[in-house]
Design a protein around this ligand. Structure first.
Ligand code: AGP
Length: 613
């Protein structure tokens, strides 16, 4: 979702901003722009479409100077067009804004401003912000005070960045509500602003994260953080350990393919420091989980969106089976409207790659409001979901750039498996033998993942068979049922093929009517406790001429004799099997989309980080 980059310092702002925006492309956008202070003037270049169009525009009509701000826009109010692209200038031409979020009261504000004679030049809600700030400036206050008054007036979850030609030494930004992150990067005689760390990682690793209702006044040699109400805040300075190259594509054609292959490393890192194989114990220190707290928990609500929610569905089976705690999985966009029954003995566990998903953050807020214990399982370091939780488990995957989530799906599966063992241990509901076996199984994971990914060529062959299909069904049962949902989501979001995940046992209650020779059915049939049931499902599909593609365990003769194609996986302990069964489905979706010549990493209409409701 919208990406923001700002620069203040002695260097030319435009290349730094364009480069930063490039690194935020994964968030999804449909127009882009940049504004720079050149002498006493603000110059703006913006266009609809990809960043490459903006880069061409800037090459034809260069913009020089500093400071500057840039933006990639994911349209909410007004079509994706040059006129609606950010930055937006005020009527004086001396102030400019970029924005992420939705100004919920913009119609009301627009009416007031129009009545004052302000002229609107776009269909966006964003434009109200710059007109309001100019209105306050006209009353005789400086940029900071004008910005503060504006920030107080706008409702909703918003990140705003303002630049004024009258005070060209500074950029003012604010985070109002949960509208995605704002990172201030600290350099030597230069400072940076961005929506996410990769945009500025090549310049600095020292960063400050703005909290909700905080604003920053950033000059080349100072950063002042205040609440929107004007109280100075002493910020915590974080040092980011990621390597900038972790966000590069390297030898792979697409980030998604790279990230699929990174899972061997990511899951090795997931175990590192958390699993004590000698003592057969799990340590998750950032969760702040004591034996007293573990014993107090009566119910866990897992809340998340999309892929992260499917990871939570696997977690439900694991936590209920291993730790014997009842678990509900509630889609985050529904959570706060479902009036969930929460108290101090209930955990709300939010799972999120970005840690900035508006619905997930709102679900956490609902949990907080009702006095629950708030945990998160999150990838983006320093994100809001990590910071507002009472305890967290950080995914050890490194930045995930491809819009289709892959490594940030398997990491929470393993994180929740570890969490389940830890909870069971602290509650005293697991015997030593079982605990030792479960912990020992974790050691197998990196090797199993590596061996499964080595079979990519087989998956690619099946992708050639399926590349022109229009519809596809994914069936699974038990712990692998959410993998059917996830496989279908992966295919539909990057290949635009209609795909549905279904609990296999539900077929006979309706979807079986869809099956004929034109309907490929992807069946998850590893050696797990639901194996036999899945076999009978395959028989039913075959009896109706369906084309069956099975994900099955090496040496499974029964499946080999029934399925049209088999994607083989190595034998895996069943509770960890989703970590392995999902891998061929990720690769299959990837290869089908690549064969169709689609923009795998940035599928249409999608954003990596969904910071609006
Ligand atoms: C995953 O492939 C999707 N693009 C999407 O469903 C994603 O998982 C969802 O938007 C949640 O994002 P989060 O993990 O950053 O909260």
């Amino acid at each position: 979702m919208c990406g923001i980059v700002g620069y203040v310092g002695a260097r030319e702002a435009t290349p730094i901003i364009l480069n930063g925006l490039k690194r935020l492309e994964y968030r999804g956008y449909d127009s882009a722009g940049v504004a720079v202070i050149n002498g006493n003037q603000i110059e703006v270049r913006r266009d609809a479409g990809k960043l490459s169009q903006l880069i061409d525009l800037v090459a034809k009509s260069p913009v020089q100077g500093s400071p500057g701000i840039g933006h990639t826009r994911w349209a909410t109010h007004g079509a994706p067009s040059a006129r609606n692209a950010h930055p937006h200038l005020g009527n004086s031409g001396r102030m400019v804004v970029v924005h992420n979020g939705i100004v919920e009261n913009f119609l009301e504000l627009k009416d007031e401003l129009t009545a004052e004679g302000v002229q609107f030049n776009s269909d966006t809600d964003t434009e109200t912000i710059v007109h309001l700030a100019e209105h306050h400036q006209a009353a005789g206050v400086g940029l900071v005070e004008a910005a503060r008054r504006t920030f107080k007036q706008i409702q909703g979850a918003n990140v705003v960045v303002l630049l004024s030609a009258d005070e060209p030494d500074k950029i003012v930004t604010a985070r109002i509500g949960n509208a995605g992150g704002v990172v201030i990067g600290l350099g030597e005689n230069e400072n940076f602003i961005a929506s996410d760390i990769p945009a500025i990682l090549e310049h600095t690793r020292r960063v400050i994260f703005l909290e909700s209702r905080q604003m920053a006044i950033v000059t080349r040699d100072s950063v002042r953080i205040e609440t929107i109400d004007g109280q100075e805040v002493t910020p915590e300075i974080h040092t980011i350990a990621w390597d900038a190259v972790a966000a590069e594509k390297g030898e792979y054609r697409h980030f998604m393919q790279k990230e699929i292959h990174e899972q061997t490393r990511a899951l090795t890192d997931t175990l590192a420091g958390r699993v004590d194989f000698k003592e057969s114990r799990i340590r998750l220190p950032e969760l702040n989980l004591t034996p007293e707290l573990a014993k107090r928990i009566q119910r866990i609500y897992i809340t998340a969106c999309g892929t992260a929610a499917y990871a939570g569905m696997v977690g439900k089976t694991l936590i209920e089976k291993i730790a014997r705690i009842p678990v509900e999985v509630v889609i985050a966009s529904e959570f706060r409207y479902s009036d969930p029954i929460l108290d101090e003995n209930t955990v709300v566990l939010a799972i999120s790659q970005s840690g900035e998903t508006a619905d997930t953050l709102a679900a956490m807020e609902e949990g907080r409001r009702k006095g629950a214990i708030i945990w998160s399982n999150v990838n983006a370091i320093g994100s809001q979901a990590m910071r507002v939780a009472d305890g967290y488990i950080s995914m050890q995957t490194g930045p995930e750039i491809g819009v289709a989530s892959t490594k940030a799906f398997t990491a929470p599966l393993v994180d929740q498996y570890m969490l389940a063992i830890l909870l069971a241990d602290l509650r005293g509901v697991i015997d030593d033998k079982t605990r030792k076996e479960l912990v020992a199984d974790l050691r197998l994971i990196p090797d199993l993942v590596g061996r499964t990914l080595e079979r990519e060529a087989e998956v690619e062959k099946v992708a050639h068979v399926l590349k022109d299909i229009r519809d596809c069904l994914y069936l699974g049962r038990g712990i692998n049922m959410p993998i059917a949902y996830e496989g279908a989501l992966k295919l539909k979001e990057i290949s635009y093929i209609h795909a549905e995940g279904y609990p296999a046992g539900e077929m006979k209650h309706g979807p079986i009517a869809l099956i004929d020779k034109n309907m490929p059915i992807i069946c998850l049939v590893p050696k797990d406790p639901w194996h036999e049931k899945m076999i009978s499902q395959i028989q039913q599909a075959k009896a109706r001429d369906g084309m069956v593609i099975a994900i099955a365990t090496d040496g499974d003769e029964i499946v080999a004799g029934m399925a049209d194609h088999v994607l083989w996986i190595p034998e895996t302990p069943w509770m960890l099997s989703p970590v392995i069964t999902v891998l061929p489905l990720q690769l299959l979706a990837y290869h089908i989309a690549a064969l169709r010549g689609l923009d795998v990493d940035m599928p249409r209409n999608l954003a990596k980080s969904v910071t609006v409701e």
